[in-house]
Design a protein around this ligand. Structure first.
Ligand code: FAD
Length: 460
């Protein structure tokens, strides 16, 4: 292994061996029954379920770049059952049973993603190996125990605490003080899933126009520089990019997340590390880390990097700073010293959306015909599927179990105006870094710095 060559930086994500040639742009004005704005997992799953439910629907998808250009083609590939929301807070508003049902629906959605991929012949290298979470300080271990207790309280009795030795049987991570395992997660290749979905919906008769950024969504129409799509229902599926649309600048915060991927690791290293079950891997630090063993035996690992850009700006190509690459490389090497010397082949970043109360939302305004889904707080791979089935029921005016889940019609409030938004987020992530350092000193409880930061952020 050699660490000498500089990694590819940006170019959307490692998951695209080559960037796809874009489909044609919108050629002029068009009419449709449903117009979907954004060809990520939210938009494409929605087009899929709508077409399944009613093959006669004329569905047009408008995409600014190409299908999978956003977080859907760049993410860590955890299709997890994690609820994209604050369970306690939502239970106070919508009731405990509603939140428990949401959890059941999320767990079922993991299997639904796997089933649809199999049925439609989408090869996204999916392995349902669960998630291993590790603690590497006493305070993290306390949090992990608490999180596992909360999982039991909120309908995930399968979450189990692990001793360091049990954790090492999954993945031999250095310095583990405690582990936790849940079976409700599948590892996948995200770009393969989203590109496969795009091809599937086209086969079903959905029209996708790429390189067609929507400049405004209005009741009954979506406007682009190439023409207008008129449709009684327009669905906004632009997650981390939503702030660029008129009137939505403060709706959801575009949170940045960065990743690196190593070269394929040799067999002798895998013998030491284990990771035979292809579990997704996360930690319990405040500057959260997530990772997967890729289908071609690399390690892809992600974390926050630069968390937020002033005025909710998003980037194009996904370039990250050298500092972020170094930080992620160090995190990997500290956890798995066997990877020291492994080349980093690619680094990139993307944006996900965080609502002010850290709870996702899906809805359709009957008066205007404008619908939306997003704000999945970094848990979008499975949530997009559940959101899409919920949007489908809403569009088709079906009163179902899904349309009664707590996130349906949920209104999370807005973020503060600039410069307070930028100063606030920046301050919070400085605080989380300090809290991680504070806890590294060996204290057994969460650092008060993080507790205060969580309260200000309203982070669950
Ligand atoms: C680095 C990273 C790692 C992540 N890891 C995980 C993970 O492991 N597990 C997990 O569950 N979640 C993860 N997430 C979050 C998850 O990827 C997202 O929540 C999810 O993909 C959102 O899907 P989406 O379709 O709503 O949005 P996107 O995938 O962002 O799609 C939105 C699409 O809309 C298009 N668009 C934007 N504006 C316009 C416009 N004006 N007109 C037309 N089109 C427009 C964009 O080009 C884009 O293609 C991660 C996110 C990132 C960035």
């Amino acid at each position: 292994m050699s660490a000498t060559t500089a990694p590819v930086n940006g170019r959307v994500a490692h998951w695209f061996a080559e960037l796809p040639a874009p489909r044609p742009a919108l050629p002029g004005d068009r009419d449709a029954d449903v117009c979907v704005v954004g060809a990520g997992m939210t938009g494409l799953w929605t087009a899929y379920y709508l077409k399944q439910a009613d093959p006669s629907l004329r569905i047009t998808v408008l995409e600014a770049e190409f299908a999978g250009f956003g977080a859907s083609g760049r993410n860590g590939g955890w299709a997890s059952g994690l609820i994209p929301g604050a369970r306690d807070r939502l239970a106070r508003t919508y009731g405990r049973d509603a939140v428990l049902d949401w959890q059941r629906a999320m767990n079922e959605a993991v299997d639904e993603v796997i089933a649809v991929a199999a049925r439609e012949g989408i090869d996204a290298d999916i392995v349902k190996g669960g998630t291993l979470r590790v603690a590497r300080t006493p305070a993290q271990a306390t949090r992990l125990r608490h999180k596992t207790e909360q999982d039991h309280e909120w309908g995930v009795p399968e979450s189990v605490l692990l001793t360091p030795a049990e954790s090492a049987r999954h993945i031999a991570i250095d310095g583990v003080t405690a582990g936790a395992y849940t079976p409700h997660c599948a590892r996948l290749q995200p770009a393969a899933l989203v590109r496969g979905l795009a091809e599937t919906v086209e086969r079903l008769g959905v029209t996708i126009y790429e390189k067609s950024p929507v400049t405004a969504i209005e009741p009954g129409r979506a406007l682009t520089a190439h023409g207008t799509v008129r449709a009684p229902v327009v669905l906004r599926a632009t997650e981390g990019f939503t702030a660029s649309l008129k009137g939505l600048r403060r709706a959801w915060l575009p949170m940045n997340s960065s990743m690196i991927v190593t070269e394929p690791l040799p067999e002798e290293i895998w013998k030491e590390i284990g990771w035979e079950g292809r579990e997704t891997l996360g930690d319990t630090a405040h500057g959260h880390m997530y990772a997967q063993r890729t289908p071609d035996d690399r390690i892809a690992i992600g974390g926050r990097g630069v968390p937020y850009r002033f005025a909710s700006r998003t980037d194009d190509s996904g370039r990250v700073s050298d500092r972020t690459i170094l930080q992620l490389t160090r995190t990997l090497q500290r956890m798995l010293p066997q990877t020291t010397g492994a080349r980093v082949d690619h680094a990139w970043c993307g944006v996900l959306a965080v609502p002010r109360d850290w709870s996702a939302t899906v809805g359709l305004d009957r008066a205007t015909g404008v619908g939306w889904a997003g704000g999945y707080v970094g848990h979008g791979v499975t949530s997009t599927n559940l959101a899409a089935r919920t949007l489908t029921d809403l569009v088709l005016k079906r009163d179902t179990r899904l349309t009664r889940l707590p996130w349906t019609g949920h209104r999370p409030g807005t973020w503060e105006p600039e410069p307070f938004r930028w100063l606030g987020v920046r301050g919070l992530y400085v605080a989380y870094r300090l809290a991680d350092r504070h806890e590294a000193g060996g204290r057994t409880r969460t650092s008060p710095i993080a507790t205060v930061a969580d309260l200000i952020a309203r982070r669950p």
